[in-house]
Structure formats: structure tokens, C-alpha cells
Design a protein around this ligand. Structure first.
Ligand SMILES: [Ca+2]
Length: 174
């Protein structure tokens, strides 16, 4: 009898945790910078092949040109989403120098979100995690704009939790 009562207690405790686990779900979305559906120059795909430095076959690049082409061109992505909601936006980026250390991303026609403006140069690293974007169920349109030149984007990552910080290369979901 004692053992049975303990069992019931465990079941009740597990059931009690379930709503909590559902509430704490952190859906993640990740796609490659070098896989846009459409691309307008000077943005370009750089595909050197597989490397431990970056994910997939390469990255998106806005070549450094002393910001002469700043504002021109963009890269458009079609991103499928199962679970709609507000997601934190991140990008795995590489800044060649201090004159180009940010990207702007517009999601579903909304005002562009700026990622970066940090001081980590010549090194792949994650930027973002402050702005949230609204994603709909189905296809969402992401546009990376040419805010500055001399930048590279390996991956774009989104998650629901503000406590989650991506590291290294993330698993692609698209
Ligand atoms: Ca990549």
C-alpha cells in the first residue's frame, strides 16, 4: 500500500510538471545565409565548400567596398514555420572591419531589425537576441539588407526563449 501511494504521488508530481514544460518550450528555427530564394547584387553567395569554420557550404557576403554600394541589393529567404509567435532573432556573422559590423533584417515586410554594431572583428560570432519578430504559421519572408559592406552571414537563428544563447554552428531546420 505504501509503495502504491508513493507511485500515485510520483504520477501526480509528473502531471503537475507537464503544463510547466509546455510553457517553457523553446521552438528553434535555423537556416543558411547562403540559401536565399532571391539575391540582388552586391550581395552574393560564397561557397568554398564544407569547413569547420561555418555551416553548410558557405555564407552570404556583402563584399567590402568602402560602403560605396551601401543600401543596394538584398537577399530574400522563404522560411517555413510550424509554430507561430514572437521569436528572438540571431545571426552568425563575420565582420571584416569596424566600418561594417551590422546587418538589417526585415521580416514579413516589417521595419528592419538591426543586428550587430559590436566590436568582434575577423571572427565568426553570434549577434542578436534582443529584438523579437512576429512569425506566422506557413511561409515567412526574411530580407537581409545591405546596411553596411564587408559583412558575412553564415546562419540565421530564431528561438522563443530570451534566455537561450546560440553557440557554434546550429542545426539547420529548413
Ligand atoms: Ca552557412
Amino acid at each position: 500500500m505504501k509503495w502504491n501511494r508513493k507511485c500515485v504521488g510520483v504520477v501526480v508530481a509528473v502531471l503537475g510538471l507537464l503544463p510547466c514544460a509546455a510553457w517553457a518550450s523553446n521552438n528553434k528555427i535555423c537556416f543558411e545565409g547562403e540559401s536565399p530564394a532571391a539575391l540582388v547584387s552586391p550581395l552574393k553567395k560564397v561557397l568554398p565548400g564544407y569547413s569547420p569554420q561555418y555551416s553548410g557550404r558557405g555564407y552570404l557576403e556583402i563584399p567590402w567596398d568602402r560602403n560605396k554600394t551601401k543600401g543596394l541589393g538584398d537577399a530574400t529567404y522563404r522560411v517555413k514555420v510550424d509554430k507561430p509567435g514572437l521569436y528572438y532573432l540571431w545571426a552568425r556573422t563575420f565582420w571584416q572591419n569596424g566600418c561594417g559590423n551590422s546587418i538589417a533584417v526585415a521580416v514579413n515586410g516589417s521595419a528592419p531589425v538591426v543586428l550587430g554594431e559590436d566590436g568582434t572583428y575577423d571572427h565568426w560570432h553570434w549577434v542578436g537576441g534582443t529584438a523579437r519578430v512576429q512569425l506566422n504559421a506557413g511561409v515567412n519572408i526574411f530580407v537581409i539588407k545591405n546596411r553596411e559592406t564587408g559583412v558575412r552571414v553564415d546562419q540565421v537563428f530564431l528561438c522563443e526563449s530570451g534566455d537561450y544563447i546560440p553557440t557554434g554552428i546550429r542545426k539547420v531546420t529548413q
